[in-house]
Design a protein around this ligand. Structure first.
Ligand code: 4NP
Length: 154
């Protein structure tokens, strides 16, 4: 099963989701069965490591984001991934507009899929440290629910 997390820049929210969910997959012994990746709807930060603030907040909870590099969503993603999870409603709309008609991927809003509020993971880029902690709180909650779904589907 292949899962792609998507946000705007691919340097804050979606790499955090990538790091957190990859950790959950490893703990569950599913690393060989589930492929996890992340991408941005924009190419603004392509090639960059995650934002230092995201890396630091994640590291404090035991997640290493340092090796991740940003990339833009591409057409092939809609065929390669089973599930593409958007971090906010704007990312979801952008993905739906890009999605080819015969795409394989199911596209959904990450937190809404599991009735976790707020449905949008708020963009932390312009704000302070609390925003990065909230991103982690929401993504950890979403990842628990997603892991339960993945276990059921495998
Ligand atoms: P992300 O956060 O979408 O969670 O990676 C952002 C990163 C960069 C920008 C906006 C949001 N930006 O405007 O450069």
């Amino acid at each position: 099963m292949n899962i792609l997390f998507v946000c705007l820049g691919n340097i804050c929210r979606s790499p955090t989701a990538d790091g957190v969910f990859t950790q959950r997959i490893k703990e569950a012994g599913l690393f060989s069965k589930v492929h996890v990746d992340s991408a941005g709807t924009s190419a603004w930060h392509s090639g960059s490591a995650p934002d230092k603030r995201s890396q630091q907040a994640a590291k404090a909870r035991g997640y290493d984001l340092s090796k991740l590099r940003a990339r833009q969503v591409e057409r092939g993603d809609f065929y390669d991934f089973d599930l593409i999870l958007a971090m906010d409603g704007s990312n979801l709309r952008d993905l739906q507009a890009l999605k080819p008609n015969n795409a394989k991927a199911e596209i959904d809003l990450f937190l809404r899929r599991y009735q976790i509020t707020p449905f949008d993971v708020p963009d932390p880029y312009q704000g302070g440290a609390a925003g990065f902690e909230q991103v982690l709180d929401l993504i950890e909650a979403g990842s628990r629910a997603l892991l339960a779904e993945v276990k059921q589907r495998l």
